[in-house]
Design a protein around this ligand. Structure first.
Ligand SMILES: NC(=O)C1=CN([C@@H]2O[C@H](COP(=O)(O)OP(=O)(O)OC[C@H]3O[C@@H](n4cnc5c(N)ncnc54)[C@H](OP(=O)(O)O)[C@@H]3O)[C@@H](O)[C@H]2O)C=CC1
Length: 515
């Protein structure tokens, strides 16, 4: 019997961000391995016209939870959705709900965050810093609380090259920032933001660093741990390979490449692609929850869950495997044939953007206009290129994360726990993982049917022929223009033509002689 799974039996667990990518996989694994847990409280807000209940039902009815329903048929009764908005005071939780949370919660997993790179400082601080402080205050009033697990990111200190499992201080105290945001107006905040975030690449990573500082400062007597995953990718093994449900990180890039919109990217091919499967992160989270509650370490331990130092893969290898998978299982209705040119040179990157991205978009929009339709490709391309430019920082650098605490925890687990809550990324076979990842993007994100593959392959063949035809036509036009304008080009042209003519005459003459 797994010690970690048994630990969660009979427990009341509070999860923030349960409707997000990580949160869903966390809930799934908890129900599957500890079906006798008492209750999972999830803090949810209504969204996109859906009530809390509708959101919960939608999650439980998804393919991700199919196995859970077999192991834990009364899963609906074990989830308690509590109305909460982390942007508001006391999270806008009702008095009764708050009372229940305070008196019953045993473990907290704090996953909620804004992960947008371009969020406003005000909103990102509210969610990633102030809400964390508020949750810690709540935690300090929970008599039964055994562990508080805070999810940060491995990039919270990406301004450093080597990152240890410690909390680094930020130049400005989080409290000062929270206080000043209360009275500063938005225009001034926009002005001072670059000065505040200094060498952090975006507001997201900066506010996650502030969030960690808040955890350290407000930890009181609580048993707290911080988990820092790198780029969280599709599931590796559990509950099935390749599950993914949002366009963040590599997912959007895989779609854009598979659909033929994105054919070049400013990336350092040999830089480490520090992707970590979401189920690996969740396994570590559950093991950390158990360890923190049972061993109650004296200080807040930080755990890195990254792949680069144990089993590195680089962007080149990833790109090659993604393209190889598109050959076998192409996406439906691609705009162009998928391709991946990596360049770390800014000039070459701009050239590719002009030739491979903007020009085809303009040509396609002309075609749409001529056929009486609304042009849309240039707008789409501009948004895509803006998104890609925001990710560039992360695909042109490599970091070293130390993983002593994560390795220590692995050695503390029984062989059974090491199997059930496996976070040993050394066992990951990248080629297999990437293939399943791309397949998962096709099936679960794009919701494409596998039956459409032969047609997609036909379309790719047609696109290849159009590509060759277009290039030949372009070459001939360019050459014709050159000949019209340059004496030198004309001389070269006559030289080539007379050479070919002579060669053909010689060939004809020698074959006549042989006869
Ligand atoms: N994905 C990644 O690559 C990585 C993620 N992380 C960290 O992991 C954690 C989870 O990320 P991930 O699951 O990918 O992110 P998602 O964007 O998928 O999920 C974010 C969650 O936070 C919730 N949330 C946001 N704002 C509010 C609010 N005002 N009130 C209540 N809930 C709110 C969202 O709820 P709703 O559904 O209502 O919007 C959602 O459940 C984050 O802390 C992130 O920093 C760390 C490293 C990498």
């Amino acid at each position: 019997m797994s010690t970690v799974a048994a630990f969660y039996g009979g427990k009341s667990i509070l999860i923030t961000g349960a409707t997000g990518f990580l949160g869903k996989v966390l809930m799934e694994k908890l129900f599957r391995t500890s079906p006798d847990l008492k209750v999972i409280y999830i803090l949810v807000r209504p969204k996109a016209g859906q009530t809390l209940q509708q959101r919960v039902f939608q999650i439980l009815d998804s393919k991700l939870f199919e196995k859970v329903k077999e192991v834990c048929p009364n899963v609906h009764e074990k989830i308690r959705a509590i109305y909460a908005d982390l942007n508001q005071n006391d999270f806008a939780i009702s008095k009764e709900d708050m009372q229940e949370l305070l008196s019953c919660t045993n473990i907290i997993f704090h996953c909620a965050a804004t992960v947008r790179f371009d969020d406003t400082l005000r909103h990102a601080v509210q969610l990633n810093v102030t809400a964390t402080r508020q949750l810690l205050l709540m935690a300090s009033q929970m008599p039964k609380l055994e562990a508080f697990i805070h999810i940060s990111t491995a990039y919270s200190n990406c301004n450093l090259k080597h990152i240890d499992e410690v909390i680094y201080p930020c130049p400005v105290e989080p409290k000062k920032i929270i206080d000043s945001l209360e009275w500063l107006d938005d225009a001034i905040i926009d002005e001072i933001t670059p000065k505040l975030i200094r060498d952090w690449p975006n507001i997201y990573t900066y506010t996650k660093a502030l969030g960690e500082m808040v955890v350290q400062q407000e930890s009181r007597n609580l048993s707290i741990a911080i988990i820092r995953p790198s780029i969280v990718g599709a599931t590796w093994q559990e509950p099935f390979p390749g599950w993914v449900d949002n366009i963040n990180g590599p997912n959007g890039i895989i779609i854009a490449t598979g659909k033929g919109f994105l054919r070049a990217i400013k990336a350092t091919p040999m830089a480490v692609a520090d992707v970590i499967p979401v189920d690996t992160v969740v396994n570590l989270m559950l093991a950390v929850g158990w360890y923190t509650a049972v061993h109650r370490p004296k200080s807040t331990l930080v755990y890195h869950i990254t792949s680069g130092n144990m089993n590195p893969c680089n962007w080149h290898k990833m790109g090659v495997q993604v393209l190889a998978t598109f050959e076998k299982i192409p996406f439906e209705r691609p705009f162009r044939r998928p391709n991946a040119n990596f360049t770390s040179n800014s000039f070459t990157s701009q050239y590719w953007n002009a030739v491979s991205h903007r020009a085809p978009a303009i040509i396609y929009d002309c075609y749409l206009r001529l056929t009486g339709r609304k042009p849309r490709m240039t707008k789409l391309m501009n948004r895509l290129l803006r998104t890609v430019s925001m990710l560039e920082y992360f695909i042109n650098r490599s970091w070293e994360w130390s993983t002593y605490n994560t390795e220590m925890l692995m050695s503390e687990l029984s062989p059974e726990d090491q199997r059930v809550f496996n976070f040993d990324v050394r066992q990951l076979n990248w080629l297999e993982y990437i293939e399943n990842y791309v397949l998962g993007v096709k099936k679960y994100l794009l919701k494409e049917d596998m039956a459409g593959i032969p047609e997609a392959k036909q379309r790719l063949k047609r696109l290849r022929n159009i590509h060759y035809l277009f290039n030949t036509a372009l070459f001939l036009i360019a050459w014709r223009l050159l000949i019209a304008r340059s004496q030198m080009a004309r001389n070269v042209w006559f030289f080539i033509v007379s050479f070919c003519y002579k060669f053909l005459s010689y060939f004809r003459a020698s074959s006549t002689l042989k006869v």
